[in-house]
Design a protein around this ligand. Structure first.
Ligand code: NAP
Length: 255
């Protein structure tokens, strides 16, 4: 049986680790050729190795999503082998520090988090816009429970702001690009066990327990839990879905 993404070329930022790596593997399994973009080239190569070992097609490119010109250059290079039809804006960081802490450190957190998590989404999307319009493509942005709420994740004002922005950008682009046949959606993961929160989980078991008390499925997620919704939103299975966020959070936000 043909895969759901046969004939597609997908670019995934932050594809060298965690959720992005899981999405890359799932897209390749469904027949897409995957361009793994990550500031961490070793991680991107690891993802490509996993995909090729499973018989899929992938390549690795180093990209820092904060570098707008590099985003444009890489998009132009990729276009020589064909336009992408799927873009996943997944690269992101988080730091949990109180806004009342050291002023210079707070300002640095704000700049770093907003420039990667929000400006980066703009930089990459804008660089690939012509390709996505030409292919009537699909954009999948990675939001968060913190696209809505903050209370269970203290000390992360910049991250919460960035993920609210990702959801706003998703809705605005869906409205603007619908006429071109480009669908734009987001996924809101709950607590997914990846490197981004390894230290926080280890240092702060109370935070994890607090989240689990409010999570009907009563477990943390794995990158595979996000891959399914990401395949759905990139495939024709979601042909009439745009501007939405699918929460993949064990039920946290819904109940
Ligand atoms: P992860 O394992 O740390 O993966 C993030 C990847 O993005 C890493 O390879 C990282 O490289 C890369 N990256 C960081 N800065 C970059 C930049 N400037 N340009 C390009 N790539 C960059 O974390 P994850 O949990 O999979 O996170 C993926 C996305 O899911 C993020 O947007 C995150 O906010 C979101 N999310 C995660 C959770 C969760 O619980 N895990 C929940 C909700 C939303 P380095 O390792 O070198 O930094």
């Amino acid at each position: 049986m043909a895969g759901l993404l046969e004939g597609h070329i997908a670019a995934v930022t932050g594809g060298g680790s965690g959720i992005g790596q899981g999405i890359c593997q799932a897209y390749a399994r469904e027949g897409a050729r995957v361009v793994v973009l990550d500031v961490n080239l070793d991680g991107a190569h690891e993802t490509v190795g996993l995909i090729k070992a499973a018989g899929g097609k992938a390549s690795a490119v180093r990209l820092d999503v904060t570098d707008r010109q590099a985003c444009r250059d890489i998009a132009a290079t990729i276009a020589r082998d064909g336009n992408i039809s799927i873009l996943v804006n997944n690269a992101g960081i988080n730091r949990r520090n109180p806004i009342t802490g050291d002023a210079a450190a707070v300002a640095k957190d704000w700049e770093d988090i907003l420039s990667i998590n929000l400006d980066g989404v703009f930089n990459v999307t804008h660089a690939f816009l012509d390709q996505l319009r030409a292919t009537r493509g699909r954009i999948v942005n990675i939001g968060s429970i913190q696209s809505f709420v903050h209370v269970s994740w203290p000390n992360s004002a910049a991250y919460t702001t960035s993920k609210h922005g990702v959801l706003g950008f998703t809705r605005a682009l869906a409205a603007e690009l619908g006429k071109d046949g480009v669908r734009v959606n987001a996924i809101g993961p709950g607590l997914i066990e990846t490197r981004i929160n390894a230290e926080a989980r280890a240092k702060n078991p109370d935070m994890v327990a607090n989240v689990m008390r409010h999570t009907p499925l009563n477990r943390a997620g794995k990158p595979e839990d996000i891959a399914g919704p990401a395949v759905f939103l990139a495939s024709d299975m979601s042909s009439y879905v745009t501007g939405c966020i699918i929460m993949a959070d064990g039920g946290f936000r819904t109940v």
